[in-house]
Design a protein around this ligand. Structure first.
Ligand code: PRT
Ligand code: MG
Length: 210
């Protein structure tokens, strides 16, 4: 859309934590995002609209210019071609850690390890840097189940409180990355719509909790 700006936000916890931040930056939804059927959500600012989409779709929309800006987890950004995006702000919301974990009762692991994860690129890079050959098994969710059912030796997944790992008999081995949500901006939009985008980034920066 040519006029105004479109902000793509990951649904779920990132949306929930983004709305108060956006409100502090002066942008409020006109509809209740939990009940509306609208896919493009208008805001109190005439030229600003939100789209609420799956996490992995946020960088895709912003890269292609379908949205001018986006709010997505660093976990998702590390999996995509984010060199072609600006990432001006760490919003410090939806924080967690990307961790390598194993079953608590695992006996010594030998041979080529199998690692189940949604984060294939990041996991491949992590083991490549160590010069360790592993087999990566791509899953789309519930990674914690994989070692329990013998699908893998290890998992790479997000950890917040650690309860999910614990309840499934897993223990964290290593912190791969600290994760938080970031503001991303389409590079062409940053040039073409700078009179709208620059002040918005400034107001959002001021709204980030210290
Ligand atoms: O369907 P999909 O999972 O893609 O989206 P969703 O609508 O379910 O979104 P949601 O709410 O899961 O949000 C995903 C984004 O939130 C991620 O991309 C992260 O950037 C961020 N985030 C922050 C998290 C967590 N913390 C988190 N703890 N995403 C997921 N988790 C999961 C984790 O995968 C594990 O299963 O929570 C579980 C661990 O939590 P603890 O507290 O038991 O350790
Ligand atoms: Mg989820």
């Amino acid at each position: 859309m040519k006029d105004g700006i479109t902000i793509a936000v990951s649904k779920g916890r990132i949306l929930a934590e983004s709305l108060p931040l956006l409100a502090r930056a002066g942008v409020r939804l006109l509809d209740d995002p939990d009940t509306t059927r609208k896919l493009i959500l208008p805001t109190n600012q005439a030229g600003v609209r939100l789209i609420v989409i799956r996490a992995a779709d946020v960088p895709t929309y912003v890269l292609n210019g379908g949205a001018d800006l986006g709010i997505a987890g660093k976990d998702v950004l590390m999996e995509c071609d984010s060199d072609n995006l600006y990432e001006p702000l760490d919003l410090k919301i939806a924080r967690c850690r990307l961790m390598l974990a194993r079953p608590q009762d695992a006996t010594t692991m030998t041979g080529r390890l199998r690692v189940a994860t949604k984060y294939v690129m990041t996991t491949r890079n992590f083991f490549a840097e160590r010069g360790q050959q592993v087999e990566i098994i791509k899953l789309y969710g519930s990674m914690e189940l994989a070692p329990v059912l013998g699908l893998s030796d290890l998992i790479v997944d997000l950890v917040n409180t650690g309860n999910t790992l614990k309840e499934n008999g897993l223990v964290a081995l290593e912190n791969i990355a600290d994760i938080s949500s970031r503001l991303i901006v389409n590079k062409a939009a940053m040039k073409m719509k700078q009179e709208m985008i620059k002040p918005f980034i400034k107001r959002l920066a001021e709204a980030i909790p210290q």
